[in-house]
Design a protein around this ligand. Structure first.
Ligand SMILES: [Zn+2]
Ligand SMILES: [Zn+2]
Length: 471
């Protein structure tokens, strides 16, 4: 889905890809930061053809079908608000797989499966009990959308009132993502679904409302202004004309701010999908929120033996307490009751240490590989140095894609990644476990490049380069 925006510098209309966090004008070359993309925003979709043309075709078809002499006495362009939610679903399913052994006996094994898929969902943001179009379907994926702007939405458009609040939309999305993954020989005993990186938009979708007349009798017909199909629905035109909600914009359309470090003025590197921008000059990191940049504190794990030319990948290090209805797991020795390591640990040394989750904050191409890496790093609970970034040093820092809120959701997914499919006790604990976070640090870890792998310097854990999506 592309957003059509007007370049604030030269006025040209330029497409901004939905996931882009930086805007570059094709015509004048300006680079700007679109604001509010991490918040709810309002957009509209333009009708494909003018009302007269659609009406003509409609009347011809209706008269032929009903052998009547209908004519259009009034027509209106009407926008109805729909919620659109998109994100990635991470789904862990634990269960049993049944199979036949070589000798023909029935047998089973414990199994766990990770599924990560993009997810898009649209549903009415108005009272749709008398409305036929419950979803805008896949077609919205290829549509162009415009930031909400009443002047550009046509002559005197009527706007249906939004009655489904953001909170209700979130609840609706939560309910919709839980779908069982079990199939055939796989019997699911427990699973979790987490929607990560979700973005909510309010889309004003166009309809034409035609008032038809036949022998003095009036009736109304609603037409989808994109597919031109008749849609079941009822609108109270009188009420809408009186109370069209168009004068108040439900959620702000996007704005623009300079793409420069607010501290020192240095232009950020142009990386279109980065959420957090590092300043190469003063070494501070920034995130756009509510129309301005807010600083994001981060640490760098510098080791004496860090060779020059190593790559730094960002992780959220989240300290957390694992809570189940029965008890809490606060320290490392309690953590290892759930996720044991195959070696003896010095209980004295770990009983006072907190539990940390390491969540990759860079963009990922292969979820399964990166998930395995994050689970191994988290299970090791390494002691890593955390130094302050030094502006004099130019480090090869990866882009940061995952904001903190999303990282917390991923930590919950990681609980399941850490769980062995054969560990009954752990499975029972994580099933109802919740995490209470006590600290969060954005930490850049050094990796040395070796063939197809990147190796973390402290733990020597390897990550396949092809699993990453670096700009
Ligand atoms: Zn321009
Ligand atoms: Zn700076």
């Amino acid at each position: 889905m592309d957003i059509s925006v007007e370049c604030p510098q030269c006025g040209s209309e330029v497409d901004l890809a939905e996931e882009d966090t930086v805007f570059k004008c094709l015509y004048c070359g300006s680079i700007l930061k679109p604001t509010g993309r991490n918040r709810v925003q309002s957009f509209f979709i333009s009708p494909r053809e003018p009302a007269q043309k659609v009406g003509k075709v409609l009347i011809r078809a209706l008269n032929a079908k009903l052998s009547k002499q209908l004519r259009i006495v009034e027509h209106h362009l009407l926008y109805a608000p729909y919620w659109r939610v998109n994100g990635m679903i991470f789904q862990w399913a634990f269960g049993r797989r049944y199979f036949k052994t070589a000798s023909g006996d029935k047998s089973w094994e414990d199994l766990k499966k990770l599924r990560a898929t993009p997810w898009v969902h649209t549903f009415p943001a108005f009272d749709a009990s008398k409305w036929g179009l419950f979803s805008l379907g896949l077609r919205v994926q290829v549509l162009k959308i415009w930031p909400f702007n009443k002047q550009k939405m046509g002559e005197d458009p009527l706007l249906m009132r939004q009655t489904v609040s953001f909170k209700e939309a979130v609840d609706h999305a939560k309910r919709s993502i839980t779908k069982h993954t079990g199939s055939g020989s796989f019997d699911v005993e427990m699973e979790i679904s987490e929607l990560v990186g979700e973005r909510y938009s309010l889309l004003f979708f166009p309809f034409y409302c035609f008032t038809l007349q036949n022998n003095g009798k009036k009736s109304e017909v609603l037409v989808d202004a994109l597919s031109h199909k008749v849609v079941k629905g009822h609108v109270d035109l009188h009420e809408l004309k009186k109370n069209s909600s168009g004068d108040t914009i439900p959620y702000k359309p996007l704005g623009f701010i300079p793409f420069n470090c607010p501290n020192c003025g240095w232009e950020f590197s142009f990386k279109p999908r980065t959420m957090i921008h590092f300043c190469k000059s003063c070494a501070q990191a920034w995130l756009e929120r509510g129309g301005s940049y807010v600083p994001v504190p981060y640490k760098i794990s510098l080791q004496d033996r860090s060779p020059t030319g190593c790559k730094y990948l960002a992780f959220w290090k989240l300290t957390a307490v694992i809570k189940t209805p029965e008890r809490e797991y606060r320290s490392l020795n309690e953590f290892y009751e759930l996720f044991p390591l195959p070696r003896i640990l010095d209980q004295e040394k770990i009983k006072n240490r907190d539990i940390s989750f390491y969540i990759p904050a860079f963009r990922i191409k292969n979820v399964a590989i990166v998930d395995r890496f994050a689970a191994r790093l988290t299970q090791l609970q390494p002691i890593l140095s955390e130094g302050d970034p030094d502006s004099a040093e130019v480090l090869d820092l990866s882009d940061v894609w995952l904001p903190l809120k999303e990282a917390k959701e991923m930590a919950h997914v990681l609980l399941f990644s850490l769980t062995r499919e054969t560990h009954k006790k752990t499975k029972k604990a994580v099933k109802t476990a919740e995490l209470r976070f006590t600290g969060a640090t954005l930490l850049c870890l050094p990796f040395a490049e070796k063939g197809i792998y990147l190796r973390e310097l402290e733990t020597d854990l390897a990550l396949q380069k092809k699993a990453l999506d670096l700009d």
